[in-house]
Design a protein around this ligand. Structure first.
Ligand code: URA
Length: 194
């Protein structure tokens, strides 16, 4: 790769493998986002779990299965969207990421966003939400659209893992996805932008 090579998701993937800027990298595999590089919609979770660490891919464990089901419920497949995380390495025992870990990993997410240029960002859960909307909790903002610029809308949704532990949240997530589907359809974003 020459110094003038354009930055692509593949280059980012390669560079992340060499990166040692976060202590979590000592004991975990890098997990960059994956999906359609031209996606109109980008889902952003918290941090990889055990399965994600094993496979080096985001949302491939139980929470990922549920996310796939939710995507299907609004006519989307994983390949239509881009799925990533705030933190690029699994925190030990799946503990919550520390503020410093989120901060250290943030440039990777910003570069992914710059490359994908999503029209709609869906933060999954409060850790992700906090990077896009600082004055609202996930409880008050989930299932609603916040237009933050001419180009981009933030549509927060609870983290799918939360519904695995709390049955009541499952219905909320399902309803929020329907609202997301309606929003995407109304704005012409539901068709995959290949
Ligand atoms: N939870 C997340 O936030 N991200 C994953 O990739 C898996 C589970």
């Amino acid at each position: 790769m020459s110094p003038s090579s354009p930055l692509t998701l593949e280059v980012l993937q390669q560079k992340l493998k060499e990166w040692k800027g976060c202590d979590l990298a000592k004991n975990a595999k890098p997990v960059l986002g994956e999906g359609n590089p031209h996606a109109a919609v980008m889902f952003i979770g918290e941090a990889p779990g055990q399965k994600e660490d094993e496979l080096g891919r985001p949302f491939v464990g139980a929470a990922g299965q549920f996310l796939n089901t939710l995507l299907t419920s609004i006519g989307l497949k994983r390949e239509d969207v881009y799925i990533s995380n705030v933190v690029k390495y699994r925190p030990p025992e799946n503990r919550e990421p520390e503020p410093i870990e989120k901060e250290q990993c943030m440039p990777w997410l910003m570069l992914e966003i710059a490359l994908i240029k999503p029209k709609v960002i869906v933060p999954l859960g409060r850790h992700s939400l906090g990077h896009f909307i600082i004055d609202k909790t996930i409880t008050e903002s989930h299932g609603k659209a916040f237009k933050i610029s001419e180009e981009c809308t933030i549509f927060p949704i609870y983290h799918p893992a939360a519904a695995l532990h709390n049955g009541n949240l499952r219905q909320t997530l399902e309803q929020d996805f329907q609202a997301l589907g309606t929003f995407l359809k109304t704005n012409g974003y539901l068709a995959p932008t290949l």
